[in-house]
Each structure stands twice: as structure tokens, then as C-alpha cells.
Design a protein around this ligand. Structure first.
Ligand code: FE2
Length: 334
């Protein structure tokens, strides 16, 4: 493994404009997947009314994502043999976050790496490993001084995620523009800063097999928007889509992407609302509850998710992410 062969080559990093139409998928009234071109208004309306929106043909090649997962596995293996890699990354992140207004701009969400045996010993991470990437950290002096780029898996993974950052930034910015056009244009300047890298965090995850436990418990994201970019699922295993103030039932949640997929099909990505839209005054956009089904059929499930944060928003550390949830389908799963 090495060199450019492991590098993802995502499509356009060019931010899209409000007038441009995107090919997208949606569920019709009979819950059938349909595809059509649409505009930003449709995206914002779907996020307001349903809490999610499916993009089609936006992010490229499944093979690129699989290569990313191989690099992440390599990084996890390296960390399991040499804890100093994770410690050096942790120290570099701490140093970076102490610079200027970084911590407030990124809303206190750290770049970093967590594994089952991480330093905080949190039981919540027993079943997953993850890397949180921000381009601003990758370009920082703190990261350069860490020397971690000398590890090929780190260097190649970071190079790939840098490309993905620009693709996601364009998508998020377009969606935010559409949301603000629909609801409150004056809030746009609180979310988008033309003179800085977008406040985007990309998370690469792998969940271990555990048939009796949700891979990710039912929850809301703390982000403004989240983009469920890709997973190596044979069947899409994220469930989402219910709205309302009462308890969420598993039977009410849905899978917005139809599977199985042909390997040559373009990738689907699902955009969902997080808690911070409401927190910053966009109360028409409630957060979207979601979960990841148990991993039953393989040692690991890999996925990539991106988050768009709200710079300088206060109080995000005490937001309640837990969903009032009823499993009315399979009581064995906790
Ligand atoms: Fe989430």
C-alpha cells in the first residue's frame, strides 16, 4: 500500500451556486425512491419538513471510500501497536485548539482519534474507533510539529480527507444558503465565513460486530447539519426520518436509500439537521433523530460522516443529544 494509489479523488470541490440544479433522490408518498433535479428551495423545505435529504451523484467513487477505510484500518492497527501515535495526535490537537479562537470557531468539537482503549476509558466507545478530521488542523503548525505526517497511513488519509473537506464544504454552504433564504437570511453570516476554512469536521468510523447493541444509539447530532456520506453496508443501516415532540419509535424510522447497489452506481449521501440550527434561532428546522443498526455480519462496519458546526455558538456542550426512544421492533437490542 502506498503512494497515490491509495488517494481518493473526489469530484468537484467547487461550491455550487443557488441556481444550480442537483440530481437528487427522494421518497414519494408511497415510500418509493424517486429521482429528479431540484433546487436549493426543495432541499431546505425537505430539511424543514422531514429532517433529511438524499443527494445523488454528488460524491464520487465507492472505491475511493473503500481505500479510505483501508487506510483507517491501517491507522487503527498502528495505534494498537504504538499508543504514542494517538498520544501525539491528542497533544497536537490540544496545542492547536489553544491557538486564537480555534476552539470557539469549531464550537469545541476536537479533531482527534479515539479507539476502544483510549485514554478516557469511556465505555461509550467500546464498540467503535474513530478519527475526527478538520482541514484547519491538518494545515496547522501543531500538526506539522507532531511529525505524524511521516506515517504513510496518516499522510494519505489526511490527503484524501482534505479533498473531501472541499466537496463537503460546497454542499453544506449551498444547503445553508438555501435554509437561510427560506427562513432567515440575516443568520447566513453567522454560519458562513468567506475568509476562513468552513467549520467542517469529517469523522471516519469503524464499529465492531455486536448483534445485540446499536452500533450508534438513537441520538441527535450537535452539528448544524450532518452529511452521512458513505458506509460499507450491504444494506443501508442508518435509520432516521421521524419528527415530533413525543417518543420516537423504531418502527417510525426509515431507510432513505434503497439497497443493494451496483458497484458502478454513483454514491448516495444523506443530509440531516442537527441540534444547532434550532439553537441559533432556526427553530423551524428541528434536529433529526437517527441510529445505526447493530453490526451483525462482519468484524467491522466502516463509515464516513461530515458535520457543519456553528462558529462561536455558546452552550453546545450541554445540549441534550439523547432521543426519547422506544424499540417496538426487536426488544433484544439495547
Ligand atoms: Fe449522528
Amino acid at each position: 500500500m502506498g503512494g497515490r494509489s491509495m488517494t481518493m479523488t473526489f469530484t468537484s470541490s467547487r461550491p455550487r451556486t443557488a441556481s444550480e440544479t442537483w440530481p437528487v433522490a427522494f421518497l414519494d408518498r408511497e415510500n418509493r425512491i424517486r429521482y429528479e433535479s431540484t433546487t436549493g428551495t426543495v432541499i431546505a423545505t425537505a430539511l424543514r419538513d422531514r429532517g433529511y435529504f438524499v443527494f445523488k451523484s454528488v460524491l464520487a467513487s465507492r472505491r475511493d471510500f473503500v481505500n479510505c477505510y483501508l487506510l483507517f484500518d491501517e491507522l487503527c492497527n498502528a495505534v494498537s501497536h504504538d499508543r504514542s501515535i494517538a498520544d501525539r495526535l491528542y497533544a497536537a490537537v490540544q496545542e492547536w485548539q489553544a491557538e486564537g479562537d480555534i476552539a470557539r470557531y469549531f464550537c469545541g468539537v476536537p479533531a482527534g482519534f479515539k479507539t476502544r482503549n483510549d485514554r478516557d476509558g469511556s465505555s461509550g466507545h467500546r464498540f467503535k474507533d474513530y478519527l475526527q478530521y478538520t482541514l484547519a488542523f491538518a494545515q496547522s503548525n501543531a500538526f506539522r510539529r507532531s511529525g505524524l505526517q511521516s506515517f504513510p497511513c496518516v499522510a494519505q488519509l489526511y490527503e484524501s480527507l482534505a479533498e473531501l473537506h472541499f466537496t463537503c464544504s460546497g454542499l453544506f454552504t449551498q444547503a445553508i444558503k438555501s435554509i437561510c433564504n427560506l427562513a432567515n437570511q440575516s443568520l447566513y453570516s453567522r454560519l458562513v465565513y468567506d475568509d476562513r476554512l468552513a467549520p467542517v469536521v469529517i469523522k471516519v468510523l469503524r464499529y465492531r460486530r455486536n448483534p445485540l447493541r446499536w452500533a450508534t444509539d438513537p441520538h441527535f447530532d450537535k452539528s448544524a447539519l450532518s452529511l452521512i456520506i458513505h458506509s460499507d453496508d450491504e444494506e443501508f443501516s442508518v435509520r432516521l426520518g421521524a419528527q415530533g415532540s413525543g417518543a420516537i419509535r423504531l418502527s417510525e424510522l426509515r431507510s432513505p436509500i434503497s439497497y443493494p447497489k451496483s458497484p458502478v452506481d454513483p454514491n448516495d449521501a444523506v443530509l440531516i439537521t442537527g441540534l444547532c440550527l434550532r439553537e441559533m434561532g432556526l427553530g423551524e428546522f428541528p434536529p433529526s433523530p437517527h441510529l445505526v443498526l447493530p453490526v451483525t455480519d462482519r468484524p467491522f462496519r466502516h463509515s464516513i460522516v461530515a458535520f457543519y458546526l456553528v462558529p462561536y455558538l455558546r452552550g453546545t456542550d450541554i445540549l441534550r443529544t439523547t432521543v426519547n426512544f422506544i424499540n417496538d421492533v426487536d426488544g433484544r437490542i439495547t
